[in-house]
Design a protein around this ligand. Structure first.
Ligand SMILES: Cc1ncc(COP(=O)(O)O)c(C=O)c1O
Length: 399
């Protein structure tokens, strides 16, 4: 029988995965090869928003796979039309491009922005990005985030990117010029724990983008598809993107990404300027179409806010008694818990390993914080059971 050492033997070590092999999953529960059960507070990495092995989505996938599995984007399939219609009906956008992943959606957004702005000024290609951001692992994405953990060993990075401190208004204008093509930002960052964009910062971005005729790209790869309590986070932040990146939860784990944009921008694109073999495949789009229906429901989105409140109330009650966390931050069902390094020697990797041993899956944010991004429909009883495990492990490690 395969074991974890077989993985290590044949797979390039870009990941340090947990020490068990996952066999099956249902809802917010996961079982390993030894039939040990885990409560899942990760949902992939904020992907299986409607739970693992969702019955309605499995049915759609099976039906579609029998009808049409793959055709290149040179032929039209009905599920891609249906999904694009729904995304345009529910958002600022009236044009969609489908690709395969979050990083590819970011790549596409930057290309579309540059193509558009270069159509009226050849030099208008500069991109402004922000510290502590995350946009994926392609050369463009790591150049935008420009943090050492992502870029070391991969130089030279992409040219024409300027970076500013996230949420800092002061001196932001110094980065803008007539050559600014676009600003790219996440409305909720997660790479250093959950951080929301504040309104003053967004107001300044809006003002400067208007003044310098540059575009606003919002990366909603992780914040989108219900994660923060609205279908896309921009709906809550009083900002209208020119281009929006999506992926992760859109087909609940079946690979697909894309961008949304406007007719005005799309008009400047041309045949053959961009594309990808698998983009807008019929199975991914058929699943995505159902995900949009299910996650757009008011009841589900309100449930995200209610479940967030349950998490926060329980974590705060625990912290009031034991004073283990420096901070608890959240944006919908996206929660980060921060430890104060001056008061504790908690090793986050050790904490995650112990959680696994006790049957709970959680994510690392950085060296001093962990993240939860459970399914948006996780049962309240599992929130309770999972937090009991988490709190117990924290107490056992807290010094
Ligand atoms: C905000 C954001 N953008 C882009 C990406 C990259 O997505 P992918 O891993 O699908 O390439 C991620 C992945 O975590 C993300 O969180």
């Amino acid at each position: 029988m395969a074991n974890i050492n077989d993985y290590k033997k044949n797979i390039i070590p870009f990941y340090k995965p947990a020490n068990f092999i996952v066999n099956k999953a249902k809802g917010s529960l996961v079982w390993d090869k030894n039939n040990k059960k885990y409560i899942d507070f990760t949902a992939g990495i904020a992907v299986t928003n409607l739970g693992h092995n969702n019955k309605e989505l499995v049915k759609i996938m099976n039906e579609q796979s029998k009808k049409l599995w793959h055709l290149s984007p040179l032929y039209v399939n009905q599920p891609a039309i249906d999904l694009s219609k729904k995304l345009c009906k529910n958002t600022f956008a009236n044009k969609v491009y489908f690709c395969n992943s979050g990083a590819e959606s970011v790549e596409s957004a930057i290309k579309v922005a540059r193509k558009y702005t270069s159509s009226f000024n050849k030099k208008k290609s500069e991109i402004i990005s922000f510290t502590s951001s995350f946009h994926g692992r392609t050369m463009t994405s790591i150049s935008l985030a420009n943090s050492k953990d992502l870029t070391e060993g991969f130089a030279p990075l992409l040219k024409g990117i300027k970076q500013h401190k996230y949420n800092q208004v002061h001196d932001l204008e110094k980065l803008f010029s007539e050559n600014t093509s676009a600003v790219i930002l996440e409305l909720v960052q997660w790479h250093d724990g959950i951080i929301k964009a504040d309104q003053k910062f967004l107001k300044e971005i809006r003002r400067l983008s208007k003044k310098y005729k540059s575009l606003i790209i919002v990366d909603e790869v992780q914040s989108g598809i219900g994660r923060t309590g609205s279908f896309f986070a921009y709906e809550q932040f009083n900002i209208k993107p020119d281009i929006l990146c999506f992926a992760k939860g859109i087909a609940n784990g079946f690979p697909i990404g894309g961008i949304l944009t406007t007719e005005k921008i799309s008009k400047k694109m041309s045949y053959g300027a961009h594309g990808t073999t698998f983009g807008g495949g019929p199975i991914a789009c058929a699943i995505g179409s159902k995900v949009v229906d299910l996650i757009s429901k008011k009841k589900l989105l309100n449930g995200v806010i209610k479940k967030e409140a349950i998490f926060i109330e329980k974590l705060e009650a625990f912290n009031k008694e034991h004073n283990c966390f420096e901070e608890i931050k959240s944006a919908g069902l996206w929660i980060s818990i921060h430890f104060d390094k001056k008061r504790t020697s908690i090793d986050v990797d050790e904490l995650i390993k112990k959680c696994h041993e006790s049957g709970l899956m959680i994510l690392k944010a950085n060296k001093t914080s962990v993240r939860f991004s459970p399914s948006l429909v996780i049962e309240n009883s599992l929130i309770d059971d999972g937090l009991k495990i988490f709190n117990k492990i924290v107490l056992s490690l807290f010094k």
